[in-house]
Design a binder for this molecule. Structure first.
Ligand SMILES: C[S@@+](CC[C@H](N)C(=O)[O-])C[C@H]1O[C@@H](n2cnc3c(N)ncnc32)[C@H](O)[C@@H]1O
Length: 209
């Protein structure tokens, strides 16, 4: 709840504050978010859930990459506990003309039946969740068999972690000391892949049901 209070009060400034990472880390985060589009199956209606969607920056990036017309086959759902963040997301989706269902919900108890989504995305909250295993279990529950779960959060690659620059980054913001949450993955997670994006400053864990 402490985090949610903070997100509620900083929601309007969130996108601007996140941009500070760009200069500091030498990245273009909005551009990198466009990679989420790579997980969208090539044909048919695709149901996609963004867990802890915040200001819906992931959906904004996807529409930027694919174009609005190509997004009409996407059935987009975003959940977050912070109403402040969801309000900013709603305005953004409106201004982009993007249809998206935004729901206030807790990552540990998402209001959907099992096997609902082709793709479940999550970026930016995992490292601060009090029960990472339960959050990952819930994401796997909601993805359909053969569907994909993608989890991205702060965490330096082993190479950057060992460098002087890496030590400086961690000293400035300890979230970057986080490691991919492999020990918390549900036992049913298959085809687990780990790599590092955003100039090797964020881990990406991808798995399937
Ligand atoms: C760092 S922001 C990331 C937002 C967005 N995914 C992004 O990449 O910009 C973390 C988000 O997690 C949400 N959050 C934190 N704890 C949550 C919980 N237990 N259930 C759902 N959302 C939560 C916050 O409200 C916030 O919007």
């Amino acid at each position: 709840m402490k985090w949610i209070d903070e997100y509620d009060s900083s929601a309007k400034d969130y996108d601007r504050l996140v941009k500070l990472y760009d200069d500091w880390l030498g990245i273009d985060m909005m551009h990198e978010r466009e990679q989420f589009a790579d997980y969208i199956p090539a044909e048919g209606v695709v149901r996609m859930l963004d867990v802890s969607t915040g200001t819906a920056a992931n959906f904004e990036a996807i529409v930027h990459r694919l174009g609005a017309a190509a997004c009409t086959r996407l059935d987009l759902h975003g959940v977050d506990l912070s109403m402040g963040m969801l309000r900013v997301a709603r305005e953004k989706m409106r201004s982009l003309g993007l249809d998206c269902l935004l729901v206030q919900a807790n990552v540990y108890n998402l209001p959907y039946p099992d096997d609902q989504f082709d793709v479940v995305l999550h970026s930016g909250g995992m490292n601060t969740f009090s029960n990472i295993a339960a959050a990952l279990e819930e994401m796997l529950r909601l993805v359909r068999p053969e569907g994909t779960v993608v989890v991205v959060d702060e965490g330096l690659s082993p190479r950057v972690r060992a460098s002087e620059r890496g030590r400086e980054v961690i000293e400035t913001n300890n979230l970057f000391a986080s490691r991919p949450p492999l020990e918390h993955l549900p036992s049913k997670a298959r085809d687990v892949k780990v790599d590092y994006i955003m100039n090797e400053t964020f881990y990406r864990v991808v798995f399937r049901k």
